[in-house]
Write a protein that binds this ligand. Structure first.
Ligand code: AMP
Length: 284
């Protein structure tokens, strides 16, 4: 696997591949890779003829109060794992390569970023859209794969690509979970043994909500009340949000009539976990 630290070198490699008729499939990450990331990379290998991972902890998506400095990092381990799954190149730019002195241009995606994580992390999606736009210009992919775990991020990137006429196919990848149901995340490493069962409530909550819908419940307020109770009973968790949204617009819904996104963000101690599912309302 090639390691590329410099934007111009990455662009040259991408140009060479493109000139040779290769199809570049790209997975942007912040590293500390787990099986979820590796699954995205395997998909990239299948969908393209050349696969690229980027590993970059992006400072512009973290607020000063957030965990940029302490975000888990293991570049050596990540490069080994990416090599094992057959990735062709790793783009690993230093921060000052991506944000040199004088940097002042940001990408703002409007309405789909307002709800959910946009409420509690006001600069987050500006940072994400900006860095993904820059990574796309460096890697020049034909296809890029994003996890549905970060559902609003996937919707935001799809919106940016469409609105800015970027000639890139954006592919959503299903959430990869641990055996016990916990959605894989680099931040799971922060959880203590005692916090883990608390963290499992997120996935249980998604399943219980689907059961409620299956039993005929369509009222969002009722479902969210049950979800809030399940998440907080027993203590140890603070709900940042639990919302039911239209999966295309990310606007709140009051009544479930079609596929509806149930999105959760929960603090377990100092760790903020997110999870989601699409609730299906089968007509009785
Ligand atoms: P991150 O390194 O957390 O920025 O994630 C990089 C990419 O991997 C994003 O597209 C995430 O949505 C995706 N991802 C992270 N965790 C999972 C998971 N458990 N299942 C599926 N995709 C994931």
């Amino acid at each position: 696997m090639r390691r590329v630290e410099n934007i111009a070198d990455m662009q040259r490699l991408a140009d060479t591949w493109r000139a040779g008729g290769e199809r570049i499939a790209f997975v942007p990450t912040m590293g500390f890779l787990h099986e979820g990331h590796l699954d995205l990379l395997r998909t990239a290998r299948k969908m393209g003829t050349k696969s690229v991972i980027s590993i970059f902890v992006n400072p512009t998506q973290f607020a000063p109060t957030e965990d940029f400095e302490s975000y888990p990092r293991d570049l050596g381990g990540d490069l080994d794992l990416a090599t094992e799954v057959g990735t062709d190149a790793a783009f690993i730019p230093p921060v000052d390569e991506m944000y040199p002195e004088g940097f002042q241009t940001y990408v703002h995606v409007d309405r789909v970023t307002e709800n959910l994580c946009g409420r509690s992390r006001p600069i987050f999606f500006r940072g994400v859209a900006t860095v993904v736009c820059k990574l796309f210009h460096a890697v020049k992919p034909h296809i890029s794969i994003f996890g549905q775990k970060d559902f609003q991020q996937l919707v935001t990137i799809k919106r940016m690509v469409k609105d800015m006429n970027m000639d890139i196919e954006i592919v959503g990848h299903p959430i990869v979970r641990e055996k016990d149901g916990l959605a894989m995340s680099s931040r799971n490493t922060y959880l203590t043994q005692e916090q883990r069962p608390v963290a499992l409530r997120l996935n249980r909550c998604l399943k219980e909500a689907q059961k409620l819908v299956d039993s005929g419940e369509r009222n969002a307020e009722m479902i969210l009340k049950a979800a809030g109770d399940l998440l907080t009973t027993g203590g140890g968790a603070t709900v940042d949000y639990a919302r039911l949204c239209n999966p295309d617009t990310i606007e709140d819904v009051e009544v479930i009539s079609g596929p509806t996104l149930l999105a959760l963000a929960v603090w377990v101690g100092k760790t903020r976990l997110i999870d989601n599912c699409l609730l299906k309302a089968i007509k009785n």
